[in-house]
Design a protein around this ligand. Structure first.
Ligand code: FMN
Ligand code: SF4
Length: 450
């Protein structure tokens, strides 16, 4: 079974453009889909077991099934192309090299849920990709795959690219919808969920780029065949963007039925750790998911081989496991400082907090200050417990999951690397000296934490 269903065609000359894409089997899935009913397509997606590739891993067919269908009210499909999670760079790869694959997936998905106006929400920093998408949409329209009465089906569909101003929070689906409506990107309280009240108050499906692209091989193969790839509830193929201390950073597609060890060390994927260094830890699913030390990364706490599946990466819960998240796989070698790393992440979350909820707005600020002090040799032992306390008050107490995303990395860093935090407290001069050359990267904050 081919385990490269999405990016196998990258490298074919001209594949970014319509002619080459069509010559290489492009839009065949649309032809097949228009011979099916929308309900049958939803059923195929359910059978495929496809789970959302944006982070939460929610079953896509089930999400489509929840869509409210009141008479006379438009429904919308919004493709989430914000890709704001640090360490994640798979969607931009897909859009840059295979824009027609995404458009093909959007046409089929729009037909399945009845969206006549479909949007790609993308951050403004991706200017070059926005241009690529606009060109591909024009090509698709000129060749009859978009517009009125597509393939004589009676179904009309237009795709619009909507540019955001580049804020992490606008990747959260309800903040994204607010942004599309021309407002500040502030997450909405759920319920109501977008499937009931989404864009301009209408039923809306928000899906990730990779999720929607995966609909193409699902229709081509059939849901049942697609589900045969992978293990358990981790069906189909998954794009992983790998970075950090590895020999071959890049975007890889795999069937999820490979071990983490194979993914990191085999030449087919990351190619091992450079300069003969040892593996220290890994954040397997983008910056928001818990960091795992090497001993829990390659084997679970039960001693089983850790696989690249949703289930195996989460095995052990947050005590000894992590998450697939958005597939942003960040590898740390033995030279990396977990305290510094956690501080960098928390600075990001503090900066990106929209400020609506006190635990997130205040908590991220406090965590940043405490971590700054520990990292720069001004911390006390009690600060480690204080940090633990602050993160625990954020988790589960906010409108959107950004608060959790800020708390989880801190909790995991303390849980697995408490000795490094203590080292910084016990060795303030060395901690400061070691950071001397990096000091210009830090905010000049000097805060005494009582
Ligand atoms: C702070 C935050 C940022 C997010 N950023 C993204 C993003 O950049 N891209 C994405 O697809 N989903 C992102 N999500 C998840 C979306 O809210 C939503 O779950 C996803 O787009 C649904 O698509 P899926 O079911 O295909 O995964 C983010 C969530 C949060 C809380
Ligand atoms: S958790 Fe943070 S980002 Fe999310 S709504 Fe609350 S303040 Fe805003």
């Amino acid at each position: 079974m081919n385990r490269k269903l999405l990016i196998d065609k990258v490298g074919i000359e001209g594949i970014r453009f319509y002619d080459a894409y069509r010559k290489n089997g492009g839009y065949v899935a649309v032809e097949k889909a228009f011979k099916m009913s929308p309900a049958d397509i939803v059923e195929e997606v359910k059978k495929s077991g496809l789970r959302g590739r944006g982070g939460a891993g929610f079953p896509t067919g089930m999400k489509w099934g929840f869509l409210a269908k009141p008479e006379g009210v438009p429904r919308y499909l919004v493709c989430n192309a914000d890709e704001s999670e640090p360490g994640t760079f798979k969607d931009r790869y897909l859009m840059e090299f295979l824009p027609h694959l995404l458009i093909e997936g959007l046409v089929i998905s729009s037909y399945a849920i009845g969206s006549n106006r479909t949007y790609i929400y993308i951050r403004g920093e991706f200017k070059w990709i926005i241009d690529i998408l606009e060109e591909a949409i024009a090509e698709a329209k000129n060749n009859g795959w978009l517009g009125k009465n597509i393939l004589g089906s009676g179904f009309d569909c237009e795709i619009y690219v909507h540019t955001g101003a580049g804020a992490y929070i606008c990747g959260e689906e309800t903040a994204l919808l607010e942004s599309m409506e021309g407002k500040r990107g502030l997450p909405r309280i759920k319920p109501p969920f977008p499937a009931v009240k989404g864009l301009w108050g209408c039923p809306t499906v928000v899906n990730n780029v990779e999720t929607l692209a995966a609909v193409v091989p699902i229709i081509n193969l059939g849901g049942v065949e697609y589900a045969k790839i992978g293990i358990g509830k981790s069906t189909g193929t998954k794009l992983i963007s790998a970075c950090g201390n590895i020999n071959k950073p890049g975007v890889y597609e795999n069937g999820m039925d490979i071990s983490v060890e194979e993914f990191i060390f085999s030449d087919e994927y990351c190619g091992g750790i450079p300069n003969g260094k040892r593996l220290k830890a890994c954040i397997p699913g983008g910056s928001s998911v818990p960091i795992l030390p090497a001993n829990l990364l390659l084997k679970t706490a039960k001693g089983e081989t850790r696989m690249m599946t949703y289930e195996s990466l989460a095995d052990g819960g947050f005590a000894t496991g992590s998450m697939m998240g958005s597939g942003g796989f960040i590898v740390l070698d033995e030279d990396q400082c977990v305290v510094r790393h956690t501080y960098t992440l928390v600075r990001f979350y503090r900066h990106e907090s929209c400020g609506q909820c006190s635990p997130c707005r205040e908590g991220t600020g406090w965590m940043e200050k405490i971590l700054h002090n520990i990292e720069y040799g001004k911390g006390k032992m009690s600060d480690i417990d204080l940090l633990w306390d602050v993160q625990s008050k954020i988790e589960g107490n906010t409108i959107c999951p950004l608060g959790d995303a800020a708390a989880w990395p801190v909790a995991a860093a303390i849980r697995h690397f408490r000795d490094e935090f203590e080292w910084h407290v016990l060795n303030p001069e060395e901690a400061q000296e070691r950071n001397f050359g990096l000091a210009h990267y830090a905010d000049p904050i000097e805060v005494a934490v009582a």
